[in-house]
Design a protein around this ligand. Structure first.
Ligand SMILES: Cc1cc2nc3c(=O)[nH]c(=O)nc-3n(C[C@H](O)[C@H](O)[C@H](O)COP(=O)(O)O)c2cc1C
Length: 172
């Protein structure tokens, strides 16, 4: 039986929902991760930075922009050493300035992707998948990058049927 893995980052704290800021205990991407897990079964690896990004929304966007510009790879609390045991790997995260957060990209860059199937799920507020799939193609050398899914962050909580159907198709 195929083995599935989800690698994800999701930020708790202040976020924008339809024009207003709300403080959330669970990030948008985290909902989608749970839906994939429930639909197909998967091990889950969460990206956690040593230095947390600001809970304040505007400050966080500034921190993330500075990182994206300098190509920084913030230290993580723990690293995944290998994905060799997995057939299908779902890389999930928010769109931060057009792609996954630098912390997540840093983890992806440390792995050998030869022969894996990789799928992106990105939550966003308008950018869709941004350029995350072309980034995955560059980073995950030797992997087969399949069709990703963009989920509007504001509707992530209600996206179960869409996410489940997509995940099943990916592994089917
Ligand atoms: C630092 C930062 C940068 C963002 N940049 C973008 C962006 O470039 N395009 C976009 O559509 N949404 C952007 N957003 C909105 C998030 O992608 C969206 O709210 C996402 O669902 C958050 O996921 P999370 O709650 O799992 O962290 C940004 C949000 C933050 C905090």
């Amino acid at each position: 039986m195929a083995k599935n893995l989800i690698i994800y980052y999701s930020r708790r704290g202040e976020n924008y929902f339809g024009g207003s800021i709300r403080n959330v205990a669970k990030g948008n991407t985290e909902y989608c991760v749970e839906f994939i897990q429930k639909a197909i079964g998967a091990d889950v690896f969460e990206i956690e930075t040593v230095k947390e990004y600001s809970k304040d929304y505007t400050t966080c966007t500034q921190e993330a922009q500075a990182e994206a510009r300098s190509g920084e790879r913030p230290a993580l609390k723990k690293y995944l050493e290998s994905v060799a045991d997995y057939d299908n790997i779902f890389v999930c995260g928010p769109c931060w300035w057009g792609t996954f957060p630098c912390a997540e990209l840093g983890q992806l860059e440390r792995l050998d992707w030869t022969g894996r199937n990789v799928f992106a799920l990105m939550t966003h507020e308008g950018s869709g998948l941004g350029h995350c799939e072309s980034d995955l193609r560059k980073i995950c050398k030797g992997a087969n990058v399949g069709r990703g899914l963009a989920v509007s962050g504001s509707s992530a909580q209600g996206s179960e049927s869409t996410v489940a159907a997509w995940a099943k198709k990916c592994v089917g």
